[in-house]
Design a protein around this ligand. Structure first.
Ligand SMILES: Nc1ncnc2c1ncn2[C@@H]1O[C@H](COP(=O)(O)OP(=O)(O)O)[C@@H](O)[C@H]1O
Ligand SMILES: [Mg+2]
Length: 234
């Protein structure tokens, strides 16, 4: 579904990604884990068109998407749920959700999609008229995911959804992520919460200083010494 080949991304003269390659198949959760500053957000900003790679290629459903504008990439079926949620705090929950459906392709179906999202997150329906800033952290993350689903994506890219959430909510967010995969949406998940991520990821990649240093099935990586020592504190 997604094929990233040897991408190199820079901020000015500073190189942030070095020959990063990976594949994501339909119905997979593929995860990228790594420390702060490893290049995870840079990677997904490059995929979603916010940054441009200097070299390399990105294909989605067999067509090149590198070089396309972010809205054109959303139009193709990739939804990016950014780090830090990026909600519109002074708009209502419902208005935030509608902002996710601004594309012509999906705007007509927005009421139907909204019902879908409300089924998935009943709390958002209950709080539909409230301002986004009045939601709890967990509810805000649900709203960010819900808004991402409003464009009816085939692939959801989620950047650190568990960041800043209490353990119980972290579990819920991971369950929601698995639920999306089970509904047929592929997931590219970025996380610092390595253990829980590797437990749900079909495959995972470890990013260090802008390079992929390790890749494999999520559960197999959990057993690797390097992962245990560097990321699980064992
Ligand atoms: N807007 C930016 N301008 C310059 N350097 C940046 C910018 N954003 C990130 N970087 C640098 O790129 C590297 C990777 O950052 P980032 O992709 O945000 O990592 P992660 O998401 O894994 O924490 C870091 O060295 C960071 O300082
Ligand atoms: Mg980041």
């Amino acid at each position: 579904m997604l094929e990233v080949s040897k991408i190199n991304t820079f901020y000015g003269k500073a190189q942030a990604l070095w020959d990063v390659s990976f594949k994501l198949k339909k119905k997979e959760i593929v995860a990228f884990v790594g420390a702060n500053g490893a290049g995870k957000t840079t990677l997904i900003n490059t995929i979603s068109g916010i940054l441009r790679p200097v070299s390399g290629s990105i294909k989605f459903l067999s067509k090149r998407i590198d070089g396309l504008a972010p809205h054109a990439i959303v139009e193709k079926g990739i939804s990016h749920i950014p780090e830090g949620r990026r909600l519109f705090p002074e708009m209502s929950v419902r208005e935030n959700l509608e902002m996710g459906a601004y594309l012509p392709r999906v705007w007509k179906q927005k009421e139907e999609t909204l019902e879908h999202v409300y089924q998935l997150f009943p709390i958002l329906k209950e709080r539909g008229g409230q301002l986004a800033r009045t939601l709890s952290g967990g509810e805000q993350q649900m709203l960010a995911i819900g808004r991402g689903l409003m464009s009816r994506p085939k692939l959801c890219i989620i950047d650190e959804p568990s960041n800043g959430l209490a353990p119980l909510l972290v579990r819920e967010i991971f369950q929601i992520t698995e639920g999306l995969r089970d509904r047929g949406i592929a997931i590219l998940l970025i996380e610092q919460n390595v253990r829980q991520t590797l437990e749900i990821a079909d495959r995972a990649y470890v990013l260090e200083n802008g390079r992929v240093i390790l890749a494999g099935e999520g559960k197999k990586l959990l057993k690797k010494e390097l992962i245990k020592k560097a990321y699980l504190g064992l």
